[in-house]
Design a protein around this ligand. Sequence first.
Ligand SMILES: CC(=O)SCCNC(=O)CCNC(=O)[C@H](O)C(C)(C)COP(=O)(O)OP(=O)(O)OC[C@H]1O[C@@H](n2cnc3c(N)ncnc32)[C@H](O)[C@@H]1OP(=O)(O)O
Ligand SMILES: O=C([O-])CC(=O)C(=O)O
Length: 375
Amino acid sequence: MEVYAGLAGIPVVKSSISYIDGEKGVLEYRGIPIEELAKNSNFLETSYLLVFGKLPSKEEYEKFVSDVKDNLFLDRSIIQFLKDIPPETHPMKVLQSIIPVLSAFDENKEVLDEKHHYSALVNLLGKVPTILATWKRIKEGKEIVMPDPSLDYGENFLYMISGRKPDKLEGRIFDRCLILHAEHTINASTFTAIVVVSTLADFYSAVSSAVGSLSGRLHGGANERVYYMLNELKHINDIEGYVDQKLSRKERIMGFGHRVYKTYDPRAKIIKEMLDQILSLKGNNELVRIATELEKIVLDRLKGKKIYPNIDFYSGILYSLLGIPVEFYTPVFAMARISGWIAHCKEYIRENKLFRPTQIYDGGHNIRYLPLEKR
Ligand SMILES: CC(=O)SCCNC(=O)CCNC(=O)[C@H](O)C(C)(C)COP(=O)(O)OP(=O)(O)OC[C@H]1O[C@@H](n2cnc3c(N)ncnc32)[C@H](O)[C@@H]1OP(=O)(O)O
Ligand SMILES: O=C([O-])CC(=O)C(=O)O
Protein backbone atom coordinates (compact mmCIF):
# COMPACT_ATOMS: atom_id res chain seq x y z
CA MET A 1 0.00 0.00 0.00
CA GLU A 2 1.18 3.49 -0.85
CA VAL A 3 0.36 6.91 0.65
CA TYR A 4 -0.79 9.53 -1.84
CA ALA A 5 0.53 12.68 -0.17
CA GLY A 6 -1.95 15.51 -0.56
CA LEU A 7 -4.01 13.14 -2.75
CA ALA A 8 -2.09 14.70 -5.65
CA GLY A 9 -3.48 13.40 -8.94
CA ILE A 10 -6.00 11.06 -7.26
CA PRO A 11 -9.59 11.47 -8.53
CA VAL A 12 -12.09 11.49 -5.66
CA VAL A 13 -15.25 12.35 -7.64
CA LYS A 14 -16.80 12.29 -11.09
CA SER A 15 -17.91 15.83 -11.79
CA SER A 16 -19.30 17.85 -14.70
CA ILE A 17 -18.99 21.26 -13.04
CA SER A 18 -15.61 22.46 -14.28
CA TYR A 19 -12.60 21.27 -16.21
CA ILE A 20 -8.90 22.20 -16.15
CA ASP A 21 -6.15 21.33 -18.58
CA GLY A 22 -3.16 22.31 -16.51
CA GLU A 23 -0.62 21.90 -19.31
CA LYS A 24 -2.54 24.06 -21.77
CA GLY A 25 -3.91 26.58 -19.28
CA VAL A 26 -7.56 25.78 -20.01
CA LEU A 27 -10.38 26.35 -17.52
CA GLU A 28 -14.04 25.72 -18.37
CA TYR A 29 -17.19 26.01 -16.29
CA ARG A 30 -19.76 23.46 -17.52
CA GLY A 31 -17.77 23.27 -20.75
CA ILE A 32 -17.71 27.05 -21.39
CA PRO A 33 -14.21 28.58 -21.47
CA ILE A 34 -13.54 30.99 -18.61
CA GLU A 35 -12.55 33.71 -21.11
CA GLU A 36 -16.06 33.53 -22.69
CA LEU A 37 -17.77 33.79 -19.33
CA ALA A 38 -15.55 36.61 -18.08
CA LYS A 39 -16.31 38.55 -21.24
CA ASN A 40 -20.04 37.91 -21.64
CA SER A 41 -21.59 36.68 -18.42
CA ASN A 42 -22.03 38.12 -14.94
CA PHE A 43 -21.40 36.54 -11.57
CA LEU A 44 -24.98 35.56 -10.73
CA GLU A 45 -25.61 34.09 -14.17
CA THR A 46 -22.33 32.14 -13.89
CA SER A 47 -23.36 30.94 -10.42
CA TYR A 48 -26.61 29.63 -11.87
CA LEU A 49 -24.66 27.88 -14.63
CA LEU A 50 -22.33 26.23 -12.10
CA VAL A 51 -25.06 25.07 -9.75
CA PHE A 52 -27.78 24.08 -12.24
CA GLY A 53 -25.61 22.92 -15.13
CA LYS A 54 -26.96 25.25 -17.82
CA LEU A 55 -27.27 28.94 -18.60
CA PRO A 56 -30.61 30.20 -17.26
CA SER A 57 -33.51 31.30 -19.47
CA LYS A 58 -34.56 34.94 -19.04
CA GLU A 59 -37.30 33.97 -16.54
CA GLU A 60 -35.00 31.62 -14.61
CA TYR A 61 -32.32 34.31 -14.47
CA GLU A 62 -34.72 36.99 -13.24
CA LYS A 63 -36.17 34.73 -10.57
CA PHE A 64 -32.70 33.72 -9.37
CA VAL A 65 -31.45 37.32 -9.16
CA SER A 66 -34.60 38.35 -7.36
CA ASP A 67 -34.26 35.44 -4.85
CA VAL A 68 -30.65 36.47 -4.13
CA LYS A 69 -31.68 40.10 -3.71
CA ASP A 70 -34.47 39.08 -1.32
CA ASN A 71 -31.71 37.69 0.90
CA LEU A 72 -29.38 40.71 1.01
CA PHE A 73 -30.51 42.06 4.38
CA LEU A 74 -29.24 40.79 7.73
CA ASP A 75 -31.36 40.05 10.76
CA ARG A 76 -30.76 42.41 13.70
CA SER A 77 -29.31 39.51 15.73
CA ILE A 78 -26.62 38.93 13.09
CA ILE A 79 -25.64 42.61 13.14
CA GLN A 80 -25.47 42.43 16.94
CA PHE A 81 -23.33 39.27 16.69
CA LEU A 82 -20.93 41.20 14.42
CA LYS A 83 -20.83 44.14 16.83
CA ASP A 84 -19.83 41.81 19.66
CA ILE A 85 -16.83 40.27 17.88
CA PRO A 86 -13.41 41.75 18.78
CA PRO A 87 -12.50 44.24 15.98
CA GLU A 88 -9.07 42.60 15.47
CA THR A 89 -10.73 39.39 14.23
CA HIS A 90 -9.79 38.58 10.67
CA PRO A 91 -12.84 38.73 8.37
CA MET A 92 -12.23 35.12 7.25
CA LYS A 93 -12.70 34.02 10.87
CA VAL A 94 -15.79 36.19 11.16
CA LEU A 95 -17.21 34.59 8.03
CA GLN A 96 -16.34 31.09 9.15
CA SER A 97 -18.07 31.58 12.48
CA ILE A 98 -21.18 33.39 11.29
CA ILE A 99 -22.15 31.22 8.29
CA PRO A 100 -23.49 28.32 10.42
CA VAL A 101 -25.64 30.80 12.34
CA LEU A 102 -27.41 31.75 9.09
CA SER A 103 -28.88 28.24 9.03
CA ALA A 104 -31.16 29.33 11.88
CA PHE A 105 -33.07 31.49 9.39
CA ASP A 106 -33.41 28.73 6.78
CA GLU A 107 -36.54 26.62 7.17
CA ASN A 108 -35.23 24.02 4.69
CA LYS A 109 -32.91 22.10 6.96
CA GLU A 110 -32.78 18.65 5.34
CA VAL A 111 -29.48 18.28 3.48
CA LEU A 112 -30.86 15.67 1.07
CA ASP A 113 -33.68 17.98 0.01
CA GLU A 114 -33.17 20.15 -3.12
CA LYS A 115 -35.03 22.94 -1.31
CA HIS A 116 -32.15 23.12 1.17
CA HIS A 117 -29.65 23.42 -1.67
CA TYR A 118 -31.54 26.31 -3.22
CA SER A 119 -32.28 28.22 -0.04
CA ALA A 120 -28.70 27.84 1.23
CA LEU A 121 -27.43 29.08 -2.15
CA VAL A 122 -29.54 32.23 -2.34
CA ASN A 123 -29.22 32.91 1.38
CA LEU A 124 -25.41 32.72 1.29
CA LEU A 125 -25.02 34.57 -2.02
CA GLY A 126 -27.27 37.29 -0.65
CA LYS A 127 -25.90 37.63 2.88
CA VAL A 128 -22.17 36.95 2.67
CA PRO A 129 -21.34 40.25 0.88
CA THR A 130 -23.51 42.13 3.40
CA ILE A 131 -21.81 40.39 6.33
CA LEU A 132 -18.36 41.29 5.02
CA ALA A 133 -19.22 44.88 4.25
CA THR A 134 -21.04 45.33 7.58
CA TRP A 135 -18.08 43.85 9.43
CA LYS A 136 -15.71 46.24 7.65
CA ARG A 137 -17.82 49.27 8.59
CA ILE A 138 -18.20 48.11 12.23
CA LYS A 139 -14.48 47.42 12.50
CA GLU A 140 -13.69 50.91 11.20
CA GLY A 141 -16.22 52.49 13.57
CA LYS A 142 -18.25 53.74 10.61
CA GLU A 143 -21.97 53.76 10.01
CA ILE A 144 -23.28 50.55 8.40
CA VAL A 145 -24.32 50.94 4.76
CA MET A 146 -27.46 48.97 3.97
CA PRO A 147 -27.59 46.90 0.75
CA ASP A 148 -29.02 48.60 -2.33
CA PRO A 149 -30.99 45.99 -4.33
CA SER A 150 -31.19 48.36 -7.31
CA LEU A 151 -27.45 47.88 -7.88
CA ASP A 152 -25.81 44.93 -9.62
CA TYR A 153 -24.38 42.24 -7.33
CA GLY A 154 -20.74 43.37 -7.48
CA GLU A 155 -21.61 47.08 -7.44
CA ASN A 156 -23.68 46.59 -4.30
CA PHE A 157 -20.69 45.10 -2.45
CA LEU A 158 -18.39 47.96 -3.46
CA TYR A 159 -21.11 50.40 -2.41
CA MET A 160 -21.63 48.76 1.01
CA ILE A 161 -17.94 48.77 1.90
CA SER A 162 -17.31 52.38 0.88
CA GLY A 163 -20.66 54.18 1.02
CA ARG A 164 -19.93 55.42 -2.52
CA LYS A 165 -21.71 54.18 -5.63
CA PRO A 166 -18.98 52.70 -7.84
CA ASP A 167 -18.77 53.66 -11.50
CA LYS A 168 -19.89 51.11 -14.09
CA LEU A 169 -16.34 50.07 -15.04
CA GLU A 170 -15.33 49.37 -11.41
CA GLY A 171 -18.54 47.37 -10.87
CA ARG A 172 -17.99 45.34 -14.05
CA ILE A 173 -14.33 44.64 -13.25
CA PHE A 174 -15.22 43.46 -9.76
CA ASP A 175 -18.02 41.26 -11.08
CA ARG A 176 -15.59 39.68 -13.58
CA CYS A 177 -13.20 38.95 -10.68
CA LEU A 178 -16.04 37.11 -8.93
CA ILE A 179 -16.62 35.01 -12.08
CA LEU A 180 -12.92 34.08 -12.18
CA HIS A 181 -12.93 32.99 -8.54
CA ALA A 182 -16.25 31.11 -8.58
CA GLU A 183 -15.07 27.55 -9.22
CA HIS A 184 -11.95 25.44 -9.68
CA THR A 185 -12.58 21.66 -9.62
CA ILE A 186 -11.50 19.77 -6.48
CA ASN A 187 -9.19 22.30 -4.83
CA ALA A 188 -8.54 22.07 -1.07
CA SER A 189 -11.55 24.12 0.05
CA THR A 190 -14.01 22.40 -2.31
CA PHE A 191 -12.70 19.05 -1.15
CA THR A 192 -13.29 20.22 2.43
CA ALA A 193 -16.88 21.16 1.55
CA ILE A 194 -17.72 17.76 0.06
CA VAL A 195 -16.05 15.89 2.91
CA VAL A 196 -18.30 17.77 5.35
CA VAL A 197 -21.44 17.25 3.30
CA SER A 198 -20.62 13.54 2.89
CA THR A 199 -21.40 13.15 6.61
CA LEU A 200 -24.86 14.62 5.80
CA ALA A 201 -24.03 17.83 7.65
CA ASP A 202 -25.85 20.73 6.01
CA PHE A 203 -24.55 23.16 3.36
CA TYR A 204 -23.91 25.91 5.93
CA SER A 205 -21.47 23.66 7.82
CA ALA A 206 -19.85 22.66 4.53
CA VAL A 207 -19.40 26.25 3.36
CA SER A 208 -18.17 27.43 6.75
CA SER A 209 -15.54 24.66 6.80
CA ALA A 210 -14.54 25.49 3.23
CA VAL A 211 -13.98 29.11 4.29
CA GLY A 212 -11.52 27.88 6.92
CA SER A 213 -9.74 25.78 4.33
CA LEU A 214 -9.55 28.65 1.84
CA SER A 215 -8.00 30.97 4.42
CA GLY A 216 -4.60 29.23 4.47
CA ARG A 217 -1.68 30.88 2.70
CA LEU A 218 -1.08 27.95 0.36
CA HIS A 219 -4.64 28.42 -0.97
CA GLY A 220 -6.86 31.55 -1.08
CA GLY A 221 -4.94 33.25 1.73
CA ALA A 222 -2.05 33.78 -0.69
CA ASN A 223 -3.67 36.89 -2.21
CA GLU A 224 -3.34 38.78 1.07
CA ARG A 225 0.27 37.62 1.50
CA VAL A 226 1.15 38.75 -2.02
CA TYR A 227 0.02 42.24 -1.17
CA TYR A 228 2.21 42.34 1.97
CA MET A 229 5.15 40.99 -0.01
CA LEU A 230 4.79 43.65 -2.73
CA ASN A 231 4.56 46.38 -0.11
CA GLU A 232 7.70 45.08 1.59
CA LEU A 233 9.54 45.40 -1.72
CA LYS A 234 9.78 49.16 -1.65
CA HIS A 235 12.07 49.49 -4.64
CA ILE A 236 12.59 47.65 -7.92
CA ASN A 237 16.24 47.12 -6.95
CA ASP A 238 15.20 45.10 -3.88
CA ILE A 239 13.49 42.37 -5.90
CA GLU A 240 16.39 40.22 -7.10
CA GLY A 241 17.88 39.98 -3.61
CA TYR A 242 14.47 39.14 -2.12
CA VAL A 243 13.78 36.35 -4.63
CA ASP A 244 17.25 34.85 -4.32
CA GLN A 245 17.12 34.88 -0.55
CA LYS A 246 13.67 33.24 -0.50
CA LEU A 247 14.75 30.52 -2.92
CA SER A 248 18.01 29.83 -1.13
CA ARG A 249 15.99 29.26 2.06
CA LYS A 250 13.60 27.02 0.09
CA GLU A 251 10.72 29.34 0.91
CA ARG A 252 7.67 29.81 -1.35
CA ILE A 253 7.06 33.04 -3.20
CA MET A 254 3.41 33.83 -2.71
CA GLY A 255 1.20 33.98 -5.80
CA PHE A 256 3.37 31.61 -7.84
CA GLY A 257 2.98 27.92 -8.59
CA HIS A 258 -0.04 25.70 -8.75
CA ARG A 259 -0.85 22.06 -8.11
CA VAL A 260 -2.60 21.74 -11.48
CA TYR A 261 -1.43 24.55 -13.78
CA LYS A 262 1.99 23.96 -15.22
CA THR A 263 1.62 27.06 -17.37
CA TYR A 264 0.17 30.55 -16.86
CA ASP A 265 -3.09 30.44 -14.86
CA PRO A 266 -5.72 31.60 -17.42
CA ARG A 267 -7.47 33.57 -14.67
CA ALA A 268 -4.28 35.49 -13.85
CA LYS A 269 -4.05 36.49 -17.52
CA ILE A 270 -7.57 37.95 -17.43
CA ILE A 271 -6.86 39.77 -14.16
CA LYS A 272 -3.72 41.27 -15.70
CA GLU A 273 -5.77 42.55 -18.66
CA MET A 274 -8.28 44.12 -16.27
CA LEU A 275 -5.42 45.75 -14.35
CA ASP A 276 -4.23 47.36 -17.59
CA GLN A 277 -7.76 48.55 -18.23
CA ILE A 278 -8.10 50.17 -14.81
CA LEU A 279 -4.58 51.63 -14.94
CA SER A 280 -5.34 53.33 -18.24
CA LEU A 281 -7.96 55.30 -16.27
CA LYS A 282 -6.23 55.72 -12.91
CA GLY A 283 -2.63 56.17 -14.09
CA ASN A 284 0.44 54.11 -13.28
CA ASN A 285 0.87 52.32 -9.99
CA GLU A 286 4.07 51.44 -8.14
CA LEU A 287 2.78 48.06 -6.92
CA VAL A 288 2.06 47.01 -10.50
CA ARG A 289 5.59 47.97 -11.54
CA ILE A 290 7.03 45.93 -8.68
CA ALA A 291 4.75 42.96 -9.40
CA THR A 292 5.63 42.96 -13.09
CA GLU A 293 9.35 43.00 -12.31
CA LEU A 294 8.96 40.34 -9.62
CA GLU A 295 7.15 38.12 -12.11
CA LYS A 296 10.02 38.46 -14.61
CA ILE A 297 12.63 37.56 -12.01
CA VAL A 298 10.69 34.60 -10.55
CA LEU A 299 10.01 33.17 -14.02
CA ASP A 300 13.69 33.48 -14.80
CA ARG A 301 14.91 31.90 -11.53
CA LEU A 302 12.38 29.05 -11.62
CA LYS A 303 12.45 28.29 -15.32
CA GLY A 304 12.29 24.57 -15.91
CA LYS A 305 10.05 24.13 -12.85
CA LYS A 306 6.89 25.24 -14.70
CA ILE A 307 6.06 27.82 -12.08
CA TYR A 308 3.95 30.81 -13.15
CA PRO A 309 1.75 33.40 -11.45
CA ASN A 310 -1.54 31.99 -10.17
CA ILE A 311 -4.85 33.83 -9.68
CA ASP A 312 -3.72 35.16 -6.30
CA PHE A 313 -0.75 37.06 -7.69
CA TYR A 314 -2.45 40.02 -9.37
CA SER A 315 -5.93 39.91 -7.77
CA GLY A 316 -4.93 41.87 -4.64
CA ILE A 317 -3.52 44.78 -6.64
CA LEU A 318 -6.76 44.96 -8.56
CA TYR A 319 -8.77 44.87 -5.34
CA SER A 320 -6.62 47.62 -3.84
CA LEU A 321 -7.42 49.80 -6.86
CA LEU A 322 -11.12 49.10 -6.26
CA GLY A 323 -10.78 50.33 -2.66
CA ILE A 324 -10.99 46.92 -0.98
CA PRO A 325 -8.77 46.67 2.13
CA VAL A 326 -6.14 43.93 2.17
CA GLU A 327 -7.79 41.82 4.92
CA PHE A 328 -10.82 41.46 2.67
CA TYR A 329 -9.03 39.98 -0.36
CA THR A 330 -9.47 36.36 0.74
CA PRO A 331 -13.03 36.96 1.99
CA VAL A 332 -13.93 38.33 -1.46
CA PHE A 333 -12.52 35.10 -2.92
CA ALA A 334 -14.74 33.14 -0.50
CA MET A 335 -17.78 35.23 -1.45
CA ALA A 336 -17.28 34.18 -5.10
CA ARG A 337 -16.43 30.54 -4.35
CA ILE A 338 -19.79 29.96 -2.59
CA SER A 339 -21.30 29.02 -5.96
CA GLY A 340 -18.56 26.47 -6.69
CA TRP A 341 -18.75 24.97 -3.20
CA ILE A 342 -22.52 24.64 -3.36
CA ALA A 343 -22.45 23.24 -6.90
CA HIS A 344 -20.08 20.51 -5.70
CA CYS A 345 -22.05 19.79 -2.51
CA LYS A 346 -25.25 19.45 -4.55
CA GLU A 347 -23.56 17.17 -7.07
CA TYR A 348 -21.78 15.06 -4.45
CA ILE A 349 -24.77 14.47 -2.22
CA ARG A 350 -26.75 12.93 -5.12
CA GLU A 351 -24.71 9.77 -4.88
CA ASN A 352 -23.26 10.35 -1.49
CA LYS A 353 -20.50 8.18 -0.12
CA LEU A 354 -19.07 9.10 3.27
CA PHE A 355 -15.41 10.11 2.90
CA ARG A 356 -13.34 7.81 5.04
CA PRO A 357 -9.85 7.24 3.63
CA THR A 358 -7.41 4.95 5.30
CA GLN A 359 -3.83 5.20 6.60
CA ILE A 360 -0.68 3.19 6.82
CA TYR A 361 -0.05 2.78 10.53
CA ASP A 362 3.59 3.17 11.49
CA GLY A 363 3.37 3.26 15.29
CA GLY A 364 4.01 0.58 17.94
CA HIS A 365 1.80 -2.23 19.35
CA ASN A 366 1.04 -3.79 22.74
CA ILE A 367 2.99 -1.15 24.64
CA ARG A 368 2.50 -1.36 28.42
CA TYR A 369 0.87 1.60 30.15
CA LEU A 370 3.38 3.37 32.43
CA PRO A 371 1.87 5.06 35.51
CA LEU A 372 2.57 8.78 35.81
CA GLU A 373 5.04 8.43 38.69
CA LYS A 374 7.20 6.04 36.68
CA ARG A 375 7.56 8.21 33.54
C1 LIG B 1 -6.21 29.90 -5.33
C2 LIG B 1 -5.03 29.09 -5.05
O1 LIG B 1 -5.08 28.34 -4.15
S1 LIG B 1 -3.72 29.25 -6.07
C3 LIG B 1 -2.32 28.84 -5.06
C4 LIG B 1 -2.06 29.93 -4.07
N1 LIG B 1 -0.88 29.64 -3.25
C5 LIG B 1 0.30 30.28 -3.40
O2 LIG B 1 0.46 31.16 -4.23
C6 LIG B 1 1.38 29.87 -2.44
C7 LIG B 1 2.71 29.64 -3.15
N2 LIG B 1 2.66 28.46 -3.95
C8 LIG B 1 2.87 27.22 -3.41
O3 LIG B 1 3.16 27.06 -2.22
C9 LIG B 1 2.76 26.00 -4.32
O4 LIG B 1 3.04 26.36 -5.64
C10 LIG B 1 1.36 25.33 -4.24
C11 LIG B 1 1.06 24.93 -2.79
C12 LIG B 1 0.27 26.26 -4.71
C13 LIG B 1 1.35 24.10 -5.14
O5 LIG B 1 2.24 23.27 -4.57
P1 LIG B 1 2.57 21.78 -5.05
O6 LIG B 1 1.79 21.32 -6.18
O7 LIG B 1 2.45 21.00 -3.82
O8 LIG B 1 3.99 22.01 -5.60
P2 LIG B 1 5.27 21.34 -5.05
O9 LIG B 1 5.36 21.51 -3.58
O10 LIG B 1 5.25 19.94 -5.57
O11 LIG B 1 6.39 22.21 -5.76
C14 LIG B 1 7.14 21.80 -6.83
C15 LIG B 1 8.48 22.48 -6.77
O12 LIG B 1 8.28 23.87 -7.04
C16 LIG B 1 8.67 24.67 -5.96
N3 LIG B 1 7.67 25.72 -5.77
C17 LIG B 1 6.33 25.59 -5.92
N4 LIG B 1 5.74 26.78 -5.71
C18 LIG B 1 6.72 27.66 -5.42
C19 LIG B 1 6.73 29.01 -5.08
N5 LIG B 1 5.60 29.70 -5.00
N6 LIG B 1 7.89 29.60 -4.81
C20 LIG B 1 9.04 28.89 -4.88
N7 LIG B 1 9.10 27.61 -5.20
C21 LIG B 1 7.96 26.99 -5.46
C22 LIG B 1 8.68 23.74 -4.76
O13 LIG B 1 9.55 24.21 -3.76
C23 LIG B 1 9.13 22.44 -5.39
O14 LIG B 1 10.51 22.51 -5.58
P3 LIG B 1 11.42 21.17 -5.40
O15 LIG B 1 10.92 20.23 -6.46
O16 LIG B 1 12.81 21.66 -5.60
O17 LIG B 1 11.14 20.67 -4.02
O1 LIG C 1 -7.17 24.61 -7.75
C1 LIG C 1 -6.47 24.85 -6.76
O2 LIG C 1 -5.76 23.97 -6.19
C2 LIG C 1 -6.39 26.19 -6.19
C3 LIG C 1 -7.03 27.24 -7.03
O3 LIG C 1 -6.45 27.77 -7.93
C4 LIG C 1 -8.42 27.59 -6.73
O4 LIG C 1 -9.04 26.97 -5.87
O5 LIG C 1 -8.93 28.53 -7.37
